[in-house]
Each structure stands twice: as structure tokens, then as C-alpha cells.
Design a protein around this ligand. Sequence first.
Ligand SMILES: C[C@H](CCC(=O)NCCS(=O)(=O)O)[C@H]1CC[C@H]2[C@@H]3[C@H](O)C[C@@H]4C[C@H](O)CC[C@]4(C)[C@H]3C[C@H](O)[C@]12C
Length: 334
Amino acid sequence: MCTAATYRSQDFYFGRTFDYEFNYGEEVTVTPRNYPFPLRHQNALTEHYAMIGIAHMAGDYPLYYDAVNEKGLGMAGLNFPGNAVYSKVQTGKDNIAQFEFIPWILGQCANVQEARVLLSHINLVDTPFNEKYPVSPLHWILADKEEAITIESVQEGLKIYDNPVGVLTNNPPFPIQMFRLNDYMSLSSESPTNRFSADLKLKPYSRGMGAMGLPGDLSSASRFVRVAFTKMNSLSGLSESESVSQFFHILGNVDQTRGCCQLDKGEYEITIYTSCCNADRGIYYYTTYENHQITAVDMYRENLDSDRPVHYPLVQGEHILLQNAAAGSAEENQ
Ligand SMILES: C[C@H](CCC(=O)NCCS(=O)(=O)O)[C@H]1CC[C@H]2[C@@H]3[C@H](O)C[C@@H]4C[C@H](O)CC[C@]4(C)[C@H]3C[C@H](O)[C@]12C
């Protein structure tokens, strides 16, 4: 399971949780403007917008899971098993392999409006990266500071939905996720009043009862509702620190604890990383399952005119501040 979300305060933020039972050795990766992205069915993208995100480096090729480009456009791929269907190559269309989709869009579009034009002649094809990395069944959230959309390639073709919530999880398809919000429209951040019966003396006995009924389980349908409610009621200060902190709180609502989501083979899904990218400033913040200290990579500290991706392995291990290490000093232990 994974969850992606957008957030706006002074700046625009875009991030996700990456929940899975294993990792692919993913790294924070900055792809500069002159790295030639080879494409299987098109000419290579030789000059493009620079981007920062998480990718698995297959040799020197960045296989992105999520990224934000230098124009502030963000895109993330989330599992969509049983529903994602990709096509065969068609003449007269831009044939883009599923693993090329993020760089194809982020390399060329400054915002969602521009991406809608590219999406109108794209054909997402089922060409695998190689034998080791077959096609992934994904759907995507694409967002800038003004709007978000969801892109689903299904049996009936490529579907593009406005995403007014700015949240994406996994199954079921997006229109069903949105429809289910109707079930929760009476939830509120305010304390409830008795509308159950005038004949009963019902009263709130705890704070937070306005959101009673908000689903607490880890299914993707429930995570969608939970993050939608949290995000849409969320208030933060405008500073970078307050905004980043708030973003991690929003996604913290769907953090997966080892042991709570067991898979068939006796493995457990956990939140491997949580990210929050300041899309305006190109700073990619992240935490990992065992490193709650926020780590950041700033795209603008790299040479964005180069032709080689730069990648940083995720910092692992808790960094704990021992506050009373010695009188007058504090020291950090791992
Ligand atoms: C498994 C990941 C999605 C995580 C997720 O949504 N989990 C929820 C699981 S579920 O719904 O509840 O079953 C996806 C997101 C991005 C994917 C990767 C990217 O698409 C990049 C390449 C693409 C290649 O085709 C396959 C390897 C790969 C490196 C992908 C492996 C895997 O499918 C990833 C890592």
C-alpha cells in the first residue's frame, strides 16, 4: 500500500509513503537537464527539465517511483494491481513504456495543463524494462500548486480524472475512491451535537468525536478517506519547518507498522520511506522506517546542466539526541 498527497502553504509540497515488503535499493536521485533519457519507441529526451525524486538506479538509468521537476510539477506511481492495463504499440501515438512515464511527463511539462496536452496523444505500452524488472501495474497522481489529476490506464483506455482532494492510494479505481467520500461527509473536526434523537440526552464525552467513524484500518480505500479528511482539515504555519512537519503528520496517519499488514507469504508490509518534496524549492525531504530524523537533498546544490544523474542512498538508522549526555552539551547517538 502506498499513499501520495499534495499540500499547500506558502510553497507547494508533494510526497508519498512507499509501503512494501521489500525495497529495490531506491535512492534520492537528481536527473539533470542534459541526461539523455533513452526511450524504447521514441527518440531519446536529450534536453529536458531537471527532476528530483526517488528512483532505483538500473545502471545509470533512473527508474523513478516519484519525482518533482524544476517547474514544481510532481508525479508518483502507486500500485494498481488487477486494474492497470497497458497497450501495444500504436502508430500515430506517443508510445511510452510504463517505466518511462514519469520522466516523459516531468521532462517536458511545466504544469498539469501542459501535461494534459501530452496525455492526449500518449499510448502507455507494456514494454518491460528488462527480464528482471517486468511491467509494474501502477496508476499515477500528477500535481502542481494549482491542481492535481489521477491517471489510470485500464481496459477501456487511458482515464484522466480531476483529483480535487490531492490524494491517491491504491485500489479500487479512483472514481470509486472519490464516491466513497460521500459516506463520510458528516465527519467534522468540530465536536458533534446530538442529531440522533431529541428524546435522548447524548453528549460528546471526548475530544475528537466529530471524526468518529473515520476508518482506521490499513486498506487503501480506508487510507484514502483518512488522508483526505486529515489533509482537508489540516492547518499549519507558513514556514518551511512548520509545513514540512505538517506534511509528515498528514502521511503519518497511514504509516504502516511492521506486523500489522501480513502478506500471503508471511511477510509484512511496512512504510519503507515517507517523502515530502518542496516542489517550489526542489528540496526532497524523507524519513525511513528506522530513521525518523528528516533528511533532505536540495536539487539546486547539484549541477543541473550536467548529463549524469546524482544519487544518494537513503540514510538509515535512528538518530537519537541524548539530551543529557553531559552537562551543557547534547550528543547524537545512532
Ligand atoms: C511496488 C511499488 C508501489 C508500492 C505500492 O503501491 N504498494 C502497495 C502495494 S498494494 O497495492 O497494496 O498491493 C512500485 C512503485 C514504483 C515501482 C517501480 C517503478 O515503476 C520503476 C521500475 C519499473 C519497472 O518496470 C519495475 C521495477 C521498478 C523499480 C518498479 C518496482 C515497483 O513496481 C515500484 C517500486
